[in-house]
Unconditional design. Structure first.
Length: 201
């Protein structure tokens, strides 16, 4: 029997890495959130649509680490925010419209904090005839771990069981000018150069 090679033909991988967050940075993020009074969500503390958290001078080193990672993928940092969960908080199923890749940087946790739950893009269709295919993906919540995922992938956060334990910095991205996927660089032509012209016959 010839070798059976496993592959995924689409360029929509997840990425995982660790970044360095100092204890002082963690304290500063927590202090900032504890005193933040302009959350758009009355039930949660979030800087979403209010402040790009990574633009704060105290997080310049952290921002540099993230932008270096994104640059290696030809991505630009777009809007970014911090969120702190109270006991009973959750985040309903959603995706990040208008972004290419999104990021979730786990900053701090309670004893029972869980990682983000990602849902297979095919939804319930993957469960119709078999249990072979993974429907959910839930990475372990590890402080300083950064998860990058295609922004179209829907995801949610289960109910937090302790006050102010779960702290996450999230962000969206755009294609950089040098990206072959940038629509300003003629995405059809560039895609054909990389993968070959699609045969519609």
């Amino acid at each position: 029997m010839n070798e059976l090679k496993k592959f995924w033909p689409f360029d929509d991988s997840f990425y995982k890495t660790k970044v360095y967050i100092s204890e002082d940075e963690k304290k500063q993020i927590k202090l900032f959130l504890d005193n933040f009074k302009h959350s758009r969500d009355p039930d949660q503390i979030t800087t979403f649509e209010k402040i790009n958290i990574l633009n704060l001078p105290m997080l310049k080193d952290l921002k540099k680490q993230i932008t270096d990672i994104l640059d290696s993928l030809d991505l630009l940092l777009a809007d970014n925010w911090a969120q702190q969960y109270k006991k009973g908080n959750e985040h309903s199923l959603h995706s990040h419209h208008g972004s290419v890749y999104s990021g979730a940087l786990y900053v701090d946790q309670s004893r029972e904090t869980q990682g983000t739950v990602f849902v297979h893009p095919a939804g319930d269709a993957v469960k119709i005839s078999t249990s072979r295919f993974r429907y959910f993906f839930q990475p372990t919540f590890e402080p300083s771990v950064l998860i990058l995922f295609p922004s179209y992938v829907t995801h949610f956060v289960k109910t937090e069981k302790e006050d102010n334990g779960r702290i996450v910095i999230s962000f969206n991205t755009l294609e950089s000018e040098k990206s072959i996927y940038n629509t300003n660089n003629n995405i059809i032509t560039k895609g054909e150069e990389k993968y070959g012209r699609i045969n519609n016959n």
